[in-house]
Design a protein around this ligand. Structure first.
Ligand code: AMP
Length: 193
């Protein structure tokens, strides 16, 4: 039976890193709206151009756009999905619930990666340094200034989802401050491996 999970947590919590491990180890499909939006920007689609400024300010793009992206990907099918960076608002969470019902799928868990704010800022600075050192493009929103805005958006619009999924009995918390492999092991325990 395919497992579908949401990875919740602030920017820099390690959602993308853990999602990639799950893809490698379990053949799940990572659905990162951030990656989809960045791809739309770099290929210069009309939608990509429209959201570029919003992303660079560290704000959220409209629910309609990201829900549309997720719908397209779900319709392509896959062996268990990892929702990474989606949902980020209560409206997105409701829309995801409706989409899953429509497709005859269910959510197995919403896993929160808990990380202190100070550690997040340090991780973002490091992510930018690592990209620069590797000669890769540095994300425009990985500066300490924009990061502060992204974190505010998280607390204002996304953190309420913790209560939303807790109330549904779907919330599971893992210590995102632990080493990468230990975080992966905690997630594995939640998924029952
Ligand atoms: P991420 O890579 O998940 O940190 O996302 C980078 C940026 O893309 C965010 O700061 C938002 O501007 C935008 N974004 C990604 N996912 C969403 C979402 N689910 N809802 C709204 N905006 C999003």
């Amino acid at each position: 039976m395919a497992i579908n999970i949401i990875l919740l947590g602030p920017p820099g919590a390690g959602k993308g890193t853990q999602a990639k491990k799950l893809v490698e180890e379990r053949g799940m499909v990572q659905l990162s709206t951030g990656d989809m939006l960045r791809a739309a920007r770099s290929s210069g689609t009309e939608m990509g151009n429209r959201v570029a400024e919003v992303m660079d300010r560290g704000e959220l793009v409209t629910d309609e756009i990201v829900i549309g992206l997720i719908r397209e990907k779900l319709e392509e099918g896959g062996n268990g999905f990892i929702f990474d960076g989606f949902p980020r608002t209560l409206a997105q969470a409701d829309a995801l619930g409706d989409l899953l019902v429509e497709m005859g799928m269910k959510l197995d868990a919403a896993i929160e990666l808990k990380v202190d704010d100070e550690a997040l800022v340090a991780r973002i600075v490091k992510r930018a340094e690592d990209s620069r050192a590797a000669g890769e493009p540095v994300r425009k929103d990985d500066t300490p200034e924009v990061f502060a805005d992204r974190l505010r958006e998280y607390y204002k619009k996304t953190a309420p989802l913790l209560g939303y999924y807790y109330a549904k009995g779907d919330l599971q918390q893992v210590d995102g401050m632990a080493a990468m492999d230990q975080v992966a092991a905690q997630i594995g325990a939640v998924l029952g491996s």
